[in-house]
Design a protein around this ligand. Structure first.
Ligand code: SF4
Length: 446
């Protein structure tokens, strides 16, 4: 392991101060035991059922060949694949599962051993490493022997280049077709030529998709899939917007789990039905004044990836601090306002280019400013994920500019989505507690 991967530095930047490790008083520790965990969401059991059904159908298709399987990146042209009758599998979801089950770190070295650097995406390295080891957490969760083998792999580079290299590994391994679209990146506004180019690229995939699926392209099936994705996205946005209510009825930790159907089942009626149930539950919570974090004192915006292996620990820490993470860039990534069944290709091209991760720094800052104001946010935490520069927005001075512009304190937390060797629990805890102490002081001074 490269030395820098264990160097967490001796302090943390926030609001132009540096807090040294060990300076923070321990008074919040006692509060943790009093406050317990965040409120459980009743709809969770329904989500577990639809996710189990989804994986069962993938497992069946992989074993019997009754349906063809397409692997797709999480913000890729899933609707196009569904229109050909493919069952769509998302390896990033598998990556998150490896992270959440804390098995990722053990798998990464196997990918490193065949030349995939420890510094590249730890979804990629943990997923490829798990494959090489013959391991999957899907076995324990859903009784699957392995990930479902792809008949075709379809990527979109809108989020990063790593996905192309990730899928290329499996294309070589299984000798199956690899196709993809290359999205313009770092853009301020989505312009006509961006859309036209992507439409041409997507249409260019049709012949291959027809050959692999054995089905002819059907525009009406595509329209239907886009229509269902639009419905799903509207409901998912509605769920996330409940975070603006004071006190908020859900947390970032809830949203990171409950976004799963928006990732893997958008374009299907199951996802639409599920988010109707979830949003009704949030509505009821608001009507009854139920807070996800009892005694909510501070409201945080989280930028960057979740630290999957530490979701529960971090959730409990924030609950103990009377603090709710009410909004995040990450969970907003599955809001695709542009979908339009009347213009399926154009609207898919637009929806998958409008994403935060695709945009330039000025767009990102304006976007976050809006959510910070609308959600009455007191402070912003930037997760600097060591292996995902694409979702780490603290590296070019954004936190400092934000504090200057809005007067909102910011904290940069070093860690990673999956590689827990890049994360120091003690340091993160100290930094978060110090940050909340600063918010306390600001509040009492106001
Ligand atoms: S965006 Fe980041 S986490 Fe997602 S696939 Fe790319 S490098 Fe990995």
């Amino acid at each position: 392991m490269a030395a820098h991967r264990l160097d967490f530095g001796s302090g943390v930047h926030y609001s132009n101060f540096v807090i040294k490790i060990g300076q923070f008083p321990e008074r919040y520790m006692a509060e943790k035991d009093k406050t317990g965990s965040r409120k459980t969401i009743a709809a969770t059991s329904q989500m577990k059922t639809i996710m189990a059904d989804y994986f069962a159908s993938l497992d069946r298709a992989a074993k019997t060949g009754e349906r063809k399987i397409a692997w797709c990146t999480s913000v890729g042209p899933a609707e196009l694949l569904q229109s050909f009758g493919f069952l769509v599998y998302y390896p990033e979801n598998h990556g998150a599962l490896l992270g959440a089950t804390r098995t990722a770190t053990d798998c990464i070295p196997s990918a490193n051993a065949i030349g995939y650097s420890p510094d590249i995406c730890s979804y990629l390295t943990s997923d490829v490493g798990a494959y090489l080891k013959g391991f999957t957490p899907l076995a324990k969760a859903y009784g699957m022997e392995s990930v479902p083998k792809a008949d075709i792999l379809v990527y979109n580079t809108n989020q990063c280049r790593d996905v192309q290299d990730w899928f290329a590994f499996y294309a070589r391994e299984w000798s199956v077709p690899l196709v993809g679209v290359h999205t313009h990146r770092q853009i301020k506004e989505v312009r006509g030529h961006h859309v036209t180019d992507l439409v041409a690229q997507m249409k260019g995939m049709i012949t291959t998709l027809e050959e692999v699926s054995g089905n002819r392209f059907d525009i009406d099936r595509l329209r239907e899939s886009v229509r269902l994705s639009l419905e799903c996205t509207k409901l998912w946005r509605k769920v996330l917007e409940y975070g603006a209510v004071k006190p908020a009825p859900l947390t970032f930790f809830d949203a990171s789990i409950h976004m799963a159907p928006a990732v893997v089942l958008r374009g299907t009626p199951q996802a639409v039905d599920y988010y109707k149930v979830l949003s009704a539950e949030m509505d009821q919570r608001v009507k009854n004044g139920i807070a996800a974090v009892e005694g909510e004192r501070h409201r945080i915006y989280w930028d960057g990836m979740p630290i999957w292996g530490k979701l529960r620990d971090l959730s409990e820490l924030f609950v103990s601090l009377g603090t709710n993470i009410v909004a995040s860039t990450y969970c907003n990534s599955w809001i695709f306002d542009a979908f339009d069944p009347a213009q399926p290709f154009e609207s898919m091209a637009r929806a998958y280019t409008e994403l935060f991760i695709v945009r330039d720094e000025s767009y990102k800052e304006a976007y976050m400013d809006r959510w910070i104001r609308d959600f009455s946010v007191d402070g912003v935490i930037y997760h600097d994920a060591k292996t995902c520069p694409n979702n780490s927005n603290s590296r070019y001075g954004m936190p400092q500019r934000m504090t200057e512009r809005l007067g909102v304190p910011t904290l940069v937390l070093n860690g990673d989505l999956n590689d827990l060797r890049c994360y120091s629990e003690e340091q993160a805890k100290t930094n978060i507690e110090a940050f909340i102490e600063q918010l306390d002081q600001q509040k009492s001074a106001a």
